[in-house]
Design a protein around this ligand. Sequence first.
Ligand SMILES: [Fe+2]
Length: 277
Amino acid sequence: MIIAQLTDMHIRPRGLPAYRVVETNTLVERALRTVAALRPAPEALIMSGDLTDCGLAEEYDILSELIRRHCTMPVYLVPGNHDRREVMKARLGHLTGIAGAGDFIQYAIEDHPVRLIMLDSVVPGFGHGELCDRRLDFLDRALSAAPAKPAIVVLHHPPVVCGIEHMDHINLRTAAAFGAVIARHPQVERVLCGHHHRPITARFAGTIVQVAPSTAHQVSLDLAAAAPSTFTLEPPAFLLHRWAAETGVVSHGVFVEAYPGPYPFVLDPSYPGAMHD
Ligand SMILES: [Fe+2]
């Protein structure tokens, strides 16, 4: 099974670039076109939060239209700190899991060889994330329901310290309690996150945390203490997770831009320096 993961699209009202610089809507459309052109086609598409920049109805309507136009596979979303649950439920309620009863947007997908447990780590009005006892209880019950089936857990806020200080201040604050639940369920192949706008991998609670880069702007890579909070226009990218029973989950980074190639690895006899028997 192949699952694409896009994150932190920060969609804006038409004509308004994010932070007055980033043409996020064009960039997410390019990413969706890249996903649509992949062969074999992904069977599922995850979007791990900060779907919109300000949680506006107009922003969700743009996302809804982009999904309708470009996605033939099922799309599974979780909110990020830039999203607003109520508006998301109102405008994207036709998508799987969004309009369910309850205060949070979290749900389990059972339709694939890998279960997808989608979590809501949002604390309204704040940048950091939390998983309260109710949300952790949902996770524990969901994972307990099928201990023998591989699972991927998706939430916006990474539960690890990455060394980019200003992002670590707004990561998942309840990482210890979350890790205690994850550690009880060794079938968790990955914890997939967004939020940090960079490709980051870390060990966590007996599994692997994987942070996807943004389809739009990236957070500056600055590991110095008290580094300023800035972003760059490094190449937009997303992740492609391939699962097979023999290998578990293997994750690939995919740049959105089209590059020259492919070229064959052919060494003909006239290739300078080629070694021949
Ligand atoms: Fe973001």
